[in-house]
Design a protein around this ligand. Structure first.
Ligand SMILES: [Zn+2]
Length: 486
């Protein structure tokens, strides 16, 4: 199995430290609803984790929650509620979104506010080793004390400095030094520390939590590409300086970012599509197929057409899994081994989900064809379900709300009135029940009578009205069938 690591900039043989893969992915800052960018990142790492498990590894997956930071304080202030209340609300929304997208929960979700003692211990250790220094109640990391700072993002301190705005009025020794502990202003939420009341910086949180729950060296550290610098660069500097152990992370995996047209999807640009909004229009399977159709390291351009195509794809797979064939003939079946092999080859090559999906669609087509031809597809269906499950597809049939009989009754009454006006024999109104099946039976037979009488316009009108109600009519030589549209 090969995985691409941002640190080396190439695909490397995947050799974890032991049978249990230690995996850490940066989590959310719960101050607002999650958007499609979050969906992409957490779906990508969900699939990676599912695939590792399929390959026989145990996975210990930790994802932090940054439940205190400047954005949370600002938003809570504006809303006039406590930071705790705000965070709790959006943590709950986050879990609801993840469940809806069929993303499996991490094993541990440590929260910054509950890990203060460990964070203080790591900061104190860094001060003791002279990698950090306190100043005016805050603590800063001394980046120039780390010789290989910049190795993850492949840039030097000088090049970063050149493009940087030097902030005035800070008590740093050097402009690139970053905050480990931030002294609180009066009225802000704060925790006691050896340096005075304050709150942890974002970067130190991830170092402290990964150390506490996964140890000195992680196998996989994941996150979006926008986290490479400075967040992950700083995590390396902190963790390796504190533990004295290298590497902090064996494989650094970063997913591409979601774009809307030419722009990155971001809160500051105001072009966010939330997970909830997407789920109102598309099934979770369609959203996953859309995201997994391109390589996880590539940028993904959000598109309605792409999602609609993914929805049709999801429907084809569902049909292959739930289809009612003509009954299998003994001895003839779909050969599943080539599909399974192709799927594994694709995923072994740095989680090439686009290729893996292509395999799933080929198997789907084969099953639908074989099923139609009366071949035994039981085993093939099992394999399809298994492979689709590794990509986290549920293949559940979407629930449709029950049809309302009232519009159908009204339609029949109006037809009846017009037939009476035309002095044609009307439909006996006492036959209008409140049950959809019998109303539809009456409507289709009325329409057939009208067609036989060459009253095309009225017959077409019935079809159009039914179309508006989400019902499609299908005329076969023998009869007229009706079915629910999507
Ligand atoms: Zn992090």
């Amino acid at each position: 199995m090969k995985v691409y690591s941002t640190l080396s900039g190439q695909k490397e043989e995947f050799l974890p430290q032991g049978d249990e893969v230690k995996m850490y992915v940066c989590g959310v800052t719960p101050y607002d609803d999650c958007h499609i960018g979050h969906a992409m990142s957490y779906i990508v790492f969900d699939v990676i984790r599912r695939y590792l498990q399929f390959r026989g590894y145990k996975v210990k997956y930790v994802q932090n929650i940054t439940d205190i930071d400047d954005k949370i304080i600002d938003r809570a202030d504006k809303l006039g509620i406590s930071t705790g209340e705000l965070a709790e609300k959006y943590i709950n929304n986050y879990f609801a979104d993840m469940d809806a997208l069929n993303i499996e929960q991490a094993d541990i979700y440590p929260r910054a506010t509950e890990e203060i003692p460990k964070i203080i211990e790591v900061i104190q250790g860094l001060i003791d080793k002279r990698y950090a220094y306190p100043a005016q109640g805050s603590v800063y990391f001394r980046v120039r004390s780390v010789a290989d700072y910049g190795k993850l993002s492949h840039r030097s301190l000088e090049s970063v400095m050149a493009g940087m705005r030097i902030e005035v009025g800070e008590d740093k020794e050097y402009p690139m030094d970053f905050t480990l502990w931030k002294a609180s202003k009066p009225g802000e939420p704060s925790w006691q520390s050896p340096w005075g009341p304050g709150r942890p910086g974002w970067h130190i949180e991830c170092s402290a939590m990964s150390l506490k729950y996964l140890g000195d060296t992680l196998d996989i550290h994941g996150g979006g590409q926008d986290l490479v610098f400075p967040h992950h660069e700083n995590e390396i500097a902190q963790s390796e300086s504190f533990t004295g152990t290298k590497p902090f992370v064996k494989y650094w995996l970063h997913n591409g970012l979601v774009q809307l047209g030419e722009d990155k999807m971001s809160k500051s640009l105001g072009n966010l599509i939330t997970i909830k909004e997407a789920l109102e229009r598309y099934s979770p399977d369609a959203i996953r197929i859309f995201i997994l159709s391109s390589h996880y390291r590539s940028p993904l351009t959000y598109s309605e057409e792409g999602l609609e195509a993914a929805e049709r794809g999801a429907e084809r797979i569902r049909q292959a899994v739930h289809g009612e064939g003509k009954g299998g003939k003994v001895g003839e079946r779909v050969d599943v081994e080539p599909y399974r092999r192709r799927f594994i080859e694709a995923m072994d090559d740095d989680f090439n989900t686009a290729q893996a999906l292509a395999t799933i669609f080929d198997l789907t087509r084969d099953i639908n064809r074989a099923d139609e031809a009366g071949l035994d597809v039981t085993e093939a269906r099992g394999v399809l379900l298994e492979l689709a499950g590794i990509l986290g597809l549920t293949l559940k049939l979407p629930e449709k709300p029950p049809l309302d009989a009232e519009p159908l009754r009204q339609l029949l009454i109006s037809i009846n009135n017009r037939l009476l006006e035309a002095k044609l024999k009307g439909i006996p109104i006492d036959r209008l029940s409140t049950d959809v099946e019998s109303l539809m039976e009456l409507l289709t037979s009325t329409r057939n009578t009208l067609r036989d009488a060459k009253l095309w316009q009225l017959a077409d009108e019935i079809r159009a009205k039914l179309g508006e109600l989400g019902i499609a009519l299908e005329d076969t030589p023998k009869e007229t069938k009706w079915k629910r549209k999507r």
